[in-house]
Design a protein around this ligand. Sequence first.
Ligand SMILES: Nc1ncnc2c1ncn2[C@@H]1O[C@H](COP(=O)(O)OP(=O)(O)OP(=O)(O)O)[C@@H](O)[C@H]1O
Ligand SMILES: [Mg+2]
Length: 329
Amino acid sequence: MDTVVVVKDLRRDYIISSGFLKRKTRRIEALRGIDLTIYRGESFGIVGPNGAGKTTLIRILTTTLLPTSGEATVLGYDVSRQPQEIRKRIGLLFGGEKGLYTRLSVWDNMRYFANLYGIPRRQQHRRIKELLTMGGLSERIGDRVSTLSRGMRQRLHIARALLSDPDILFLDEPTIGLDPIGAHEFRNELKRLHSIGKTLILTTHYMYEAELLCDRVAILNEGRVVMLDAPDLIRRYAHDFSVIEIEVFGPVDGIAKELCKVSGVLDITTETRDQRTSLLVQVKDPNQVMQHLPPLLEGMRVYHLATREPTLEDAYIRIISASESKPHE
Ligand SMILES: Nc1ncnc2c1ncn2[C@@H]1O[C@H](COP(=O)(O)OP(=O)(O)OP(=O)(O)O)[C@@H](O)[C@H]1O
Ligand SMILES: [Mg+2]
């Protein structure tokens, strides 16, 4: 198979200094030896908690940040020595608001980037029109970007990223801040790009998005790849446990504390919304743990109590907590 990205023992440190009179420096090891191979036409996901190193990795591969040591090649070009060759052949898209000129029109933004990417003037008109039509923005061509909704801006971002007809598209949290319909449409657009053979490399915090879009997923934690496989296989990694879902009224600290002591409880996560608290309890054997629940839940208003098979998200939580060097907050 044709490889498009090869990463070997890649490391990146950040040195941050603080203090005024007594300057102190501290070293953050954002990437601590990453090894990866990504193939042509793959849709490759990178997931992991905040600070895992996802953006740092994307920035190195897209040549906006140099590695501290190790090797990374994109389409056969070295990120440190041949950044120009790489930049010509890739598209880059960050979620959120950055990177567009809000006081310029949609069309002028596209023209600006077309010039920046060195697209011949003769081809610019047709290409921009095509991309804006595809992105559903042809009605807004003359409008300032500041008047577009966030979802429309995101579609403009993707149109911009596709200007140079790149072989690889890098996307860092592309659906962040989009409403459910916007995110759905956007994912369909990514599926279409994947189906016409583009290589997609994306980061996300949404496990179902990774499952929906990615052929393979790398889970990063604390600067290392802690798992790399097809979403299905990662989920299967979690087949040796089940999940008990409990939803109650009010706080659950007491229940969580007691459950921690029960043998066969692997992990507990809680989430509170509108005074309702959900507990997700990962267990080896649900029957064994279920019998401990009645006394713990006595007197509480219980909205929901069920056992289910683990999802990719459950597997992710399990893998992350198993790989953690300190308790995760
Ligand atoms: N410019 C910087 N200067 C100093 N430290 C940085 C810088 N950028 C990132 N870091 C640190 O490097 C580590 C990895 O950060 P990175 O942004 O790559 O994580 P991430 O996986 O993208 O996280 P998130 O999910 O929050 O976007 C973190 O500890 C972060 O604080
Ligand atoms: Mg990031």
